[in-house]
Ligand binder design. Structure first.
Ligand SMILES: [Zn+2]
Length: 435
């Protein structure tokens, strides 16, 4: 019994020292400084392929350097560079029955550099009538591999214009072939006897970069743990009350701030058994391309766990000192974290929004697909968050105390995994042939 009490006392002491470290080493004013910088207007919303994201990348690099991280094995700096082929759509001109349609009333989606149709039997004429689901229809066209002339009902004008402008700014051309040519025309044309279509687009190879640094493990360096967030956001949107910058303060400057803060924390402790990899992912908002690339650069079997942090800027639906974990039931990652927080004020919950499919809506999915217990930690009330993906997601709306307490909770709850004493169960690899 005495022994037992002594062991308990020792446990209490070591626990206390952990919490003291966390509170001492993770300071709210420092958290505030980082997130304020990342979400400032001069980062222009950090859209992938823009000067704004370059600025954010440089800032994150300076923070990694300050923390004392080293580049990933095989890299000379913190940038993990890769490229993607993008289509920058040019003008589409359309004539129906000999009559030219107004400028901007059509756009083309194809990876072919040019399209030239003249009442062509290969082209299928399709109507996207009102009441249909634009997304579902669009997906089925995109999967068809066909040439299609699609007349879009005017009730879809806003979606049509949004898509047209996105294509003008450039989209990634993964999984497309040149035979697939979709020409969208706004308006109903019932009696199409003849048509002419011309289009030219630009195909460019554009650079992207994750920002990656690590702290090599002291005793189990071959096993690694990933802490991540995405530093890209949506850039410039349509102005609302004179504001057009989507600052992405919560989404996901908050997660990126957590990554930087945890890097500094763990480097100060400098006692990690396993190797810690800190990643700020690019291009999450346009298709999780940064994490997909990262997943190809590591041996996933050696990645013990992934803490992806996404939107921790405001209190969760469970109140202060709480967060949720996506895909909670898929491994025992969540219960390990919960166990390490016993006796503290902070609590992790399973994702309360299973219908939102959040597990597959962030960068953790790219590593979960290859078997890593990879989960996202969030506090966002996604079902009622009116600022989500708007120009209103800015620093002034954040609860910095919530961000700080969540980062502290991640630091405390990850300590067993970092020390090599806790190892979450693997998740089943995604069967690629079933996709
Ligand atoms: Zn996000």
């Amino acid at each position: 019994m005495k022994k037992y009490i002594a062991a308990l006392a020792l446990l209490a002491v070591s626990y206390q020292s952990f919490s003291q470290d966390v509170n001492k080493l993770i300071k709210q004013d420092e958290v505030e400084k980082v997130i304020k910088t990342l979400s400032a207007d001069d980062m222009e919303g950090r859209a992938t392929f823009t000067p704004g994201i370059e600025k954010a990348a440089q800032y994150i690099e300076s923070q990694y350097k300050e923390a004392g991280l080293v580049p990933l094995t095989g890299n000379t700096g913190y940038r993990q560079n890769f490229t993607k082929t993008r289509i920058i759509a040019g003008e589409t001109t359309v004539s129906i029955n000999g009559k030219a349609l107004p400028k901007d009333s059509a756009f083309t989606f194809t990876s072919a550099p040019a399209v030239s149709w003249s009442t062509n039997n290969d082209v299928q004429i399709v109507k996207l009538s009102s009441g249909k689901n634009f997304r579902t229809e669009y997906r089925s066209y995109a999967k068809s591999g066909k040439k299609m002339l699609i007349f879009v009902d005017p009730s879809f004008a806003t979606t049509f214009e949004g898509l047209r402008d996105r294509l003008k700014n450039g989209v990634i051309a993964d999984k497309m072939n040149n035979d697939q040519q979709l020409v969208f025309v706004l308006g109903n044309h019932d009696d199409v006897k003849s048509f002419e279509v011309t289009y030219t687009g630009k195909i460019v190879v554009s650079p992207l970069f994750n920002i990656v640094g690590m702290i090599p493990g002291k005793t189990k360096p071959e096993e690694s743990i990933v802490f991540s967030g995405h530093y890209d956001h949506l850039g410039i949107l349509k102005p609302v009350k004179g504001d057009s910058i989507a600052n992405g303060a919560d989404d996901d400057a908050s997660g990126t701030t957590a990554v930087i803060t945890l890097a500094k924390y763990y480097k100060k402790l400098n006692s990690n058994a396993r190797t810690l990899i800190f990643v700020a992912f690019t291009a999450e908002e346009i298709g999780e391309f940064g994490s997909q690339y990262f997943a190809t650069t590591v041996d996933p079997d050696k990645v013990v766990a992934m803490f992806n942090i996404e939107m921790i800027g405001k209190a969760s639906k469970f109140g202060e000192n709480s967060a949720f974990i996506t895909g909670f039931e898929r491994s025992d990652f969540g219960t390990i974290l919960q166990k390490n927080l016993e006796g503290t004020a902070f609590k992790f919950y399973p994702d309360p929004y299973p219908q939102q499919n959040l597990f597959y809506r962030s960068d953790n999915a790219s590593l979960a697909a290859v078997g890593v217990p990879a989960h996202t930690i969030s506090t966002d009330q996604i079902d009622i968050d009116e600022l989500y993906h708007t120009v209103g997601d800015e620093f002034s709306t954040l609860d910095v105390a919530n961000i700080t307490s969540t980062i502290r909770a991640i630091a405390l709850s990850s300590r067993g995994i970092v020390a090599g004493t806790d190892t979450p169960k693997r998740v089943p690899k995604l069967d690629k042939s079933a996709q």
